[in-house]
Design a protein around this ligand. Structure first.
Ligand SMILES: [Zn+2]
Ligand SMILES: [Zn+2]
Length: 234
């Protein structure tokens, strides 16, 4: 199979590697889509925290926003079968330590992160993922399924912010996460969304995806715009 490899900072190569075989608890998927995230660029430049601290090592195959069709499953896998469209979590905890047993596996001290450090990601034709961190994407398109990971970031932000019916909120920045947050906030019932960016195309996209008012921070004062938007409440 072909795999994208980051061999060292700024050293990216497409390599021919042996097709991987699933371990007993893994699924083997034929990758359908893999998104590029700012984190991938940090890894490529060698400035990601895991590499600066020596926790992660090269080479690595990037790709943590992905979807794929199951081609084979390990001997102990029960939840998936060939043909299933799936996606998967990025942070893979050990599931044995105290932190994991409390249900906080994304901050496990033994954490590896798919496509980020110490676990190959999905920018390859065939990707391996642990069954326990794999999720069905039935009913989604492969592109939608590949956006599940960044959408989960937006959902987490809305949950942390307790966004609910009738709420007014500001989304600062209209990169992919900001644009997803606008949509998730709308789905949570937010009734008024202000979004900021210094990019006109991103502001246009924000309006298209559910923002009511956009503020170009290169030309407008955010505080004044927010006060105007909220009738003086700010
Ligand atoms: Zn990411
Ligand atoms: Zn753990």
């Amino acid at each position: 199979m072909l795999a994208l490899r980051i061999r060292a900072p700024h050293a990216l190569a497409l390599e021919e590697l042996p097709d991987p075989e699933p371990g007993p608890d893994e699924v083997l998927v034929e990758v359908q889509a893999a998104g590029i995230c700012g984190t991938d660029l940090e890894v490529l430049r060698g400035v990601h925290e895991a590499y600066r601290t020596g926790r992660g090592s090269f080479p690595i195959t990037p790709g943590h926003e992905w979807s794929g069709v199951v081609r084979a499953v390990g001997s102990r896998v029960t939840r998936f079968a060939p043909g299933d469209l799936v996606t998967g979590e990025t942070g893979l905890g050990c599931l044995r330590c105290e932190v994991c047993l409390m249900g906080r596996h994304s901050i496990c001290p033994n954490l590896v992160e798919t496509g980020i450090f110490n676990r190959d990601g999905a920018m390859r034709q065939l990707h391996l993922h642990p069954e326990v961190f794999t999720h069905s994407a039935a009913g989604l398109s492969p592109l939608q399924a590949a956006a599940a990971e960044p959408t989960a970031v937006a959902l987490h932000a809305c949950r942390r912010g307790r966004v609910g019916v009738g709420d007014t909120l500001a989304v600062l920045g209209c990169g992919p996460i900001g644009l997803l947050t606008i949509q998730v906030a709308r789905a949570c019932g937010a009734s008024a969304v202000l979004a900021t960016s210094r990019s006109r195309p991103k502001l246009d996209k924000a309006l298209e995806l559910g923002a009511d008012r956009v503020v170009n921070v290169a030309a407008e004062d955010v505080r004044a715009a927010a006060e105007d938007f909220t009738g003086g409440e700010g």
